[in-house]
Write a protein that binds this ligand. Structure first.
Ligand SMILES: CC(C)(COP(=O)(O)OP(=O)(O)OC[C@H]1O[C@@H](n2cnc3c(N)ncnc32)[C@H](O)[C@@H]1OP(=O)(O)O)[C@@H](O)C(=O)NCCC(=O)NCCS
Length: 229
């Protein structure tokens, strides 16, 4: 079996890439995923609608964000996409003019406010630590059927090479499942980020999403330019 790293074709790949993304974060389930990619409702149909919405949104983000660089790993025997990575290549400080997040994927009200605060909390450690050009590994996933076969490593190898060529550090916010991959590649911990959005006036929608997502923890990690490995 050959697992090959390729750039995506944005006209074709987002539906399959997004399905792989969902399957990677569902097994085992990661509660925070709902913040970025919600399933509104229950059952198979709601999940399918969520994948379609997410694929369209990821394509839009990619189209209008000049820093966006998407890659995939393909099983060349079957043509199946088995993993993906979204890098932001920042040639300038992205935090020079901070903008609040625009959350279109939740309806107006408590759930949207919760997610806006969660995204602000998520970005805060990096917005302090990385006020300079850098690369950011925003999303990385390998389908559970293909994990521990070097797929994640292929994305990281590419990112290290690219970042060293640019002379910049790599940053990422790690889930509990990503930490080992980054540790073995010379990433260091910058800050633990326990994300607990707060409000003085929670409505039912706020309470519902708070219950569903709970506090979630990420670790901001950095690999310094020219670091070991
Ligand atoms: C994190 C993730 C992308 C790793 O992808 P992967 O393709 O399985 O990683 P690789 O096979 O390239 O791993 C390379 C090395 O990293 C380390 N590593 C990766 N996953 C590991 C794990 N679960 N436990 C221990 N070490 C691990 C190992 O040293 C591994 O080398 P080895 O298999 O020869 O021992 C994958 O587990 C995943 O998609 N998880 C769900 C989504 C997620 O949480 N993404 C991370 C967001 S920060």
């Amino acid at each position: 079996m050959t697992l090959k790293l390729q750039d995506i074709d944005p006209e074709v790949d987002f539906p399959a890439l997004t399905r792989c993304l969902f399957e990677s974060y569902e097994d085992p389930p990661q509660k925070f995923f709902h913040v970025f990619f919600p399933i509104h409702g229950t059952g198979v149909e709601a999940r399918e609608e969520a994948i379609i919405e997410a694929a369209e949104r990821l394509k839009l983000w990619h189209t209008y964000d000049t820093t966006s660089y998407w890659q995939k790993v393909v099983d060349t025997e079957t043509g199946r996409i088995v993993g993906g990575a979204l890098w932001n290549i920042y040639e300038e400080n992205p935090f020079a003019n901070p903008q609040p997040p625009t959350v279109t994927w939740f309806p107006l009200g408590g759930s949207r406010t919760f997610v806006e605060k969660a995204l602000e909390n998520h970005a805060r450690p990096r917005s302090k630590a990385a006020q300079r050009p850098h690369t950011y590994l925003f999303i990385i996933f390998t389908h559970p059927d293909y994990q521990r076969r070097g797929v994640g490593q292929q994305f990281i190898d590419w990112g290290i090479k690219k970042s060293n060529e640019m002379g910049v550090d790599i940053y990422l916010d790690s889930t509990p499942y990503g930490r080992r991959l980054y540790e073995v590649n010379g990433f260091e911990y910058v800050e633990e980020n326990v994300n607990i959005p707060v409000t003085e006036n929670p409505d039912d929608a706020w309470r519902e999403i708070e219950e569903r997502v709970g506090p979630f923890t990420f670790w901001l990690m950095r690999r310094s330019v020219g670091g070991r490995c």
